[in-house]
Design a protein around this ligand. Structure first.
Ligand SMILES: N[C@@H](CCC(=O)N[C@@H](CS)C(=O)NCC(=O)O)C(=O)O
Length: 203
């Protein structure tokens, strides 16, 4: 197996996942996304959407989407489960992972991309949409905060893929200095706890 990747919040989700599972890192194939290597026909043959990470199996099978890659790894190495095992746990973790990804991660990365024009060489950007995305991310944080004041993790008392998504998105949003209410009590406690985990510290 090899992982086509670049330093980025989505590739990081796979790294944190591997560490939480106690698995070795997958050999890495660097992709220069800043320079547009991910937009070439060679890379699009691996992922038509031109995004990293992409997991390439030894038989040439290609898997993209960080959570799909993690699901595959969970199938190979079921313990400790980060997607849940009972019908209720599977659904609850899926619910929170989708909320973390759709409501926070996509809003935060959308704010970054549209406010900074970081990838304006390859996509249309709108400052207005950047402002709206930032507002959506701030609104989502309030909703997550209301849960996290009473709950250790997003899906209850067990760490899951939903926390990997949320933690990587929070770290990214803070690193690129998005003006968001990181100091909300539940968010602040939760983010510090995630940052203290060895899997987050070394990824
Ligand atoms: N939903 C995808 C998102 C992948 C994605 O957006 N990757 C970013 C890096 S975090 C990328 O490849 N950006 C390069 C570009 O937009 O050209 C996943 O979870 O893997």
């Amino acid at each position: 197996m090899k992982l086509h990747e670049a330093p980025s919040p989505n590739a990081r989700r796979v790294h944190v996942f591997l560490k939480e599972k106690g698995l070795d890192a997958i050999p890495s194939v660097p992709v220069d996304i800043r320079g547009g290597e991910n937009l070439t026909s060679q890379f699009r043959a691996k992922n038509p959407f031109g995004r990293v990470p992409v997991l390439e199996l030894d038989d040439g099978t290609l898997l993209s989407e960080s959570v799909a890659i993690c699901r595959y790894l969970e199938g190979l190495h079921p313990q400790p489960s980060l997607f849940g095992t009972t019908p209720l746990a599977l659904a609850t973790i899926e619910m929170w992972n989708r909320r973390a990804e759709i409501n926070f991660m996509l809003s935060a990365t959308g704010a970054f991309r549209n406010l900074t024009g970081f990838f304006k060489d390859r996509e249309k950007i709108s400052a207005e949409w950047g402002v709206i995305s930032l507002e959506n991310a701030a609104d989502a944080l309030q909703r997550f905060d209301a849960v996290l004041v009473d709950s250790e993790f997003l899906a209850g008392d067990r760490f899951s893929i939903a926390d990997i998504t949320m933690g990587c998105a929070l770290d990214f949003a803070k690193m690129v200095k998005l003006q968001l209410p990181f100091d909300l009590p539940g968010i602040s406690r939760y983010h510090q706890a995630l940052q203290a985990r060895p899997s987050f510290q070394n990824s």
